[in-house]
Design a protein around this ligand. Structure first.
Ligand code: ATP
Length: 233
């Protein structure tokens, strides 16, 4: 198993947000995390990469514990994270945003600027533009491109389609599908049900910091009980 999240409990100060949450990701799998705002999807990702480490439970990467390890170490082990706010440097150009990520990466092999430009041709065209002048879609693609330069084996994407126009979302879906075809494992936290169901091999539904459902996308699609209970606003 690539990643095992085993009954983790995570808190912000005294307020507990994840209550013994467990899920796993096999090699090459795309796993969707679904649930309304505030159920703990971002906190789950932040727990995995060590930004808000769990205070109980275990997180294992290829069978070895990574909970409690520093974020840079978890990244070097092969876990890439694209946070919801994308964290683009606004004063740096697209090229410079990528260059920094490549230099920070431990391994010089694998992803290169040329390869990320092949996946995101738009980024090549605007490589001289400053991060602060990008559209939401361009920012999202830059954030994913930057994470890829760290040569992850697993990519955690937090709400990648949020705020993007439908045509841009369609492009993003194709790009994530290409990454999957290339063997990358992905965890996708999303509100956009069609987007997740069309990409995922398996999905989990969260509510109040716990997993309430695990199944195949086909078991969620058209299941109005499940959708009404856990997903509609
Ligand atoms: N820095 C923080 N300090 C305190 N509480 C927080 C913090 N970040 C998130 N929370 C709380 O933790 C809970 C889970 O939030 P989280 O962001 O993980 O949910 P989510 O499912 O990702 O939702 P969203 O789509 O809004 O990001 C929420 O109740 C939220 O208010």
């Amino acid at each position: 198993m690539l990643l095992e999240v085993d009954t983790i409990r995570t808190s912000y100060g005294i307020s507990e947000v994840l209550f013994g949450l467990s899920f796993h990701v096999a090699e090459g799998e795309v796993v969707g995390l679904l649930g309304r705002n505030g159920v703990g999807k971002s906190t789950t990702m932040r727990s995995i990469v060590g930004l808000t480490p769990p205070h109980a439970g275990e997180i294992r990467w290829r069978g070895k514990r990574i909970d409690g390890r520093p974020t840079y170490d978890i990244a070097r082990n092969g876990v890439g994270f694209v946070p919801e706010d994308r964290r683009i440097f606004p004063e740096l150009t697209v090229w410079e945003n990528l260059d920094i990520a490549r230099r920070a990466s431990a391994s010089g092999e694998g992803w290169t600027e040329a390869k990320v430009f092949a996946l995101f041709p738009d980024l090549e065209r605007i490589q001289g533009r400053k991060g602060g002048f990008l559209s939401g879609g361009q920012q999202q693609m830059l954030a994913i491109a930057r994470a890829l330069l760290g040569n992850p084996e697993l990519l955690l994407l937090d709400e990648p389609s949020e705020g993007l126009a439908p045509l841009v979302v369609a492009d993003l879906r194709d790009q994530i599908a290409t990454l999957k075809e290339q063997g990358l494992s992905v965890v996708l936290a999303e509100q956009n049900l069609d987007f997740v169901l069309s990409l995922s091999d398996r999905v989990y539904i969260l509510e109040r910091g716990e997993i309430r459902f695990e199944g195949m996308p086909g078991e969620v699609r058209g299941n109005s009980d499940l959708i009404e209970r856990y997903l509609t606003v």
